[in-house]
Design a protein around this ligand. Structure first.
Ligand code: NCD
Length: 321
């Protein structure tokens, strides 16, 4: 192992969104993650790159995949990892976040991974602490590592983004995954479509610069990738869909609807899935078409790459105050 510091990959010491990354930075992260896929499949999954460093996972919202993969990624790079699961409190959200951030900052972490129900929370936090902040999902705003892991999964299977038709289907309104993915995929030259009932499309959807469809048949026609989104019932205060059964009938991905996409089209879902609501079980579990397990594997590799890349922005001797 060389003691030379690795060349910087990112211009920022935080990862707050896909917005703010350049295509070259995205490619560099995907290339680096690919080396971690290989390492993750080998017998020795661990390196000492982050030895002596501390990573704190600060999750104000529930998470299985994202939190555990950041934990594994940190541990595989040799960092000490602390998981803080913060239950939503009745105190004003802003105060809670800033108080918690100040407390954690005093423990001198090097990397802080944050998930919060409010858009802009990670950015706010990055201005209050003096370590690297990674956005693991802020409200319906961004979830950059999800879009990066989806991109890695697509690139490994199809070898490119340019010209691919990607249909992002379902609850776009509440989805940070949709927003980060449409930014990344459009930037890399894919043709992104949003397919959803009117009630689940954001008011400003036509300003995203992507094609919009309200029915699955035309929305899926010719799609290389069908990316399904979870119906985020916990974020819905009123009735956005008549009933879950109706929703599945018109927007749930089953064999019949998948046949409208390009022959050989691949299916993705960020998880957690509502089986029988936005996706039929037999499609989710069909390894010939479903990339869902691969997405989870790529999640660890991408998070290792992000931690590695951000660690190159650490001050050489640590903080001195
Ligand atoms: C997503 C999220 O939390 O935004 N899940 C994830 O990170 N894998 C999508 C969702 O919750 O539906």
């Amino acid at each position: 192992m060389t003691s030379q510091p690795a060349a910087p990959l990112l211009s920022s010491s935080h990862l707050l969104g896909i917005e703010g990354l350049s295509p070259a930075e995205i490619i560099a992260l995907l290339d680096l993650a690919q080396t971690y896929v290989v390492q993750g499949r080998s017998g020795d999954k661990k390196t000492g790159l982050l030895n002596g460093r501390t990573l704190i996972n600060l999750f104000f919202e529930a998470s299985t995949r994202t939190q555990s993969s950041f934990e594994l990624a940190g541990k595989r790079l040799g960092a000490d990892v602390l998981n803080m699961s913060v239950k939503t409190s009745s105190v004003s959200k802003g105060e809670t976040l800033i108080d918690t951030a100040t407390t954690l900052n005093a423990m001198r972490p090097d990397l802080l991974v944050v998930r919060h129900q409010d858009a802009g929370a990670a950015e706010l936090l990055s201005r209050k602490v003096d370590c690297c902040v990674i956005n693991a999902g802020d409200g319906a705003h961004e979830h950059p590592t999800q879009a990066l892991l989806d991109a890695l999964t697509i690139r490994r299977r199809l070898g490119r983004f340019e010209g691919l038709v990607v249909a992002i289907c379902g609850d776009v309104l509440h989805s940070r995954v949709a927003r980060s993915n449409l930014r990344l995929l459009s930037m890399m030259g894919a043709r992104v479509r949003l397919v959803a009932p009117r009630t689940l499309l954001p008011a400003q959807a036509d300003r995203f610069g992507v094609e919009i469809f309200t029915d699955m048949k035309t929305g899926l026609a010719g799609a290389d990738i069908v990316m399904m989104l979870r119906l985020q019932l916990e974020r819905m205060s009123g009735a956005f869909v008549p009933s879950v059964r109706e929703y599945f009938r018109f927007y749930g991905l089953d064999r019949q609807k998948l046949a409208w996409a390009k022959p050989g089209a691949l299916v993705m879902h960020p998880g957690p899935m509502n089986r029988g609501v936005e996706i039929a079980s037999d499609i989710a579990d069909d390894v010939e078409v479903s990339l869902i397990s691969e997405q989870v594997e790529m999640g660890v590799a991408i998070r290792m790459a992000v931690l590695d890349a951000l660690s190159r922005t650490f001050p050489r001797e640590g903080r001195n105050t």
